[in-house]
Design a binder for this molecule. Structure first.
Ligand SMILES: [Fe+2]
Length: 344
């Protein structure tokens, strides 16, 4: 593929693709994954690519798409099948349409089955199959909107009728394989050996697969454009500063009056033991009690919780309320206890 800039990005069994036109430097990312966002941008910068499109081959149930975040950052368009419900899609596509990226032409094939909004995208010598066809497997059909009978049609009456020489680039691979060909899959893929509809459906029903770890959260965020919990905490952490456990211990010993230490755990946990001189307002009561307990917004407030996550969110929220010097403990009281630091 010399007339194409091609990167396959592997992350935890997921495969995404950065494809660029070497003449115009326009590019598309197929199935961008949220933990690879900076990686894509670095690769694009290295090759001088302008990312024009983010394409998700379907609504992912097992990981978080980066399409919305990247589209916002880059002013790029988000492409999905027209039946996808995510509100941030601004270029819905349908079967048979062509996406032009510089001099490259990607043809869209509607291939429902793994999900009702699955598509494959075809270049002259390869196909990006999403989870419709994997190397030695197919996408599962037991997750929301999956349908084995539709997958049968998408494969046997659709995808597999293309030239057998087409290279297959799937959306997942857990064995470090990069690609295969339709020919190879037709010959060797165990799922494709069940060529009758009924037996194909039967084998799909008989797969006894574990649910993906983040199923609910992935579907919630990928379908709605909302944030993951990790994104919430990451966004909050990017806006505040932190204090290490050692530094807090030192400040308690040397300049205890310079700092309000705020414990946002529940009352019972606080009563049992807390960091010396800490005051307690449980997180759930904070907005309603803050004006009475902390009337001075210029105070330096250090927030802590059990693990360091709620305190990060809380410190960012306090900053929004005007407590510009609110910071969080880097760690939680659990780590404080493990370090055998003093308790009260
Ligand atoms: Fe999938």
């Amino acid at each position: 593929m010399s007339d194409i800039i091609f990167e396959q990005i592997r992350s935890g069994g997921c495969l995404s693709y950065l494809i660029g036109c070497p003449d115009t430097h326009s590019a598309i990312i197929i199935d961008p994954k949220s933990d690879q966002t900076d990686h894509y941008l670095t690769l694009a910068a290295r090759d001088g690519l302008h990312i024009q499109y983010l394409l998700d081959t379907h609504t992912h149930a097992d990981h978080f798409t980066a399409s919305q975040t990247l589209a916002r950052k880059l002013g790029a368009k988000v492409i999905m099948h027209r039946s996808s419900v995510a509100p941030y899609i601004n270029m819905p596509v349908d079967d048979g349409e062509t996406i032009i990226v510089g001099k490259l032409r990607f043809r869209v094939m509607y291939t429902p089955g793994h999900t009702s909004d699955s598509i494959c995208v075809v270049l002259p010598d390869c196909v990006f199959t999403g989870d419709t066809l994997l190397i030695g497997g197919t996408g599962r059909t037991d997750l929301p909107s999956g349908d084995p009978s539709q997958l049968y049609d998408s494969l046997f009456n659709g995808l597999l009728k293309h030239s057998p020489e087409l290279k297959v680039y799937p959306g997942h691979d857990y064995k470090n394989r990069s690609n295969s060909t339709l020919k190879q899959e037709i010959a060797e893929n165990p799922r494709l050996q069940k060529k009758e509809r009924d037996e194909f459906i039967k084998q799909m029903h008989e797969l006894d697969l574990k649910m993906p770890t983040h199923l609910t959260e992935a579907l919630r965020t990928n379908r709605s454009g909302g944030k993951t919990v990790e994104q919430m905490i990451g966004d909050a952490a990017a806006r505040i500063s932190f204090m290490s456990l050692e530094e807090l211990k030192r400040q308690i010993e040397t300049t205890p009056d310079n700092l309000i230490i705020l414990d946002v755990r529940e009352k019972d946990a606080y009563k049992e033991s807390h960091i010396p001189s800490a005051i307690n307002i449980p997180r759930g009561q904070l907005e309603l009690r803050i004006n009475d307990v902390l009337p001075d917004p210029t105070l330096r407030i250090l927030v802590y919780c059990e693990l360091g996550k709620i305190s990060t969110l809380t410190a960012a929220m306090l900053q929004d309320m005007g407590f510009r010097r609110a910071i969080a403990l880097d760690g939680g009281i659990r780590m404080w206890k493990e370090a055998k630091y003093p308790l009260q």
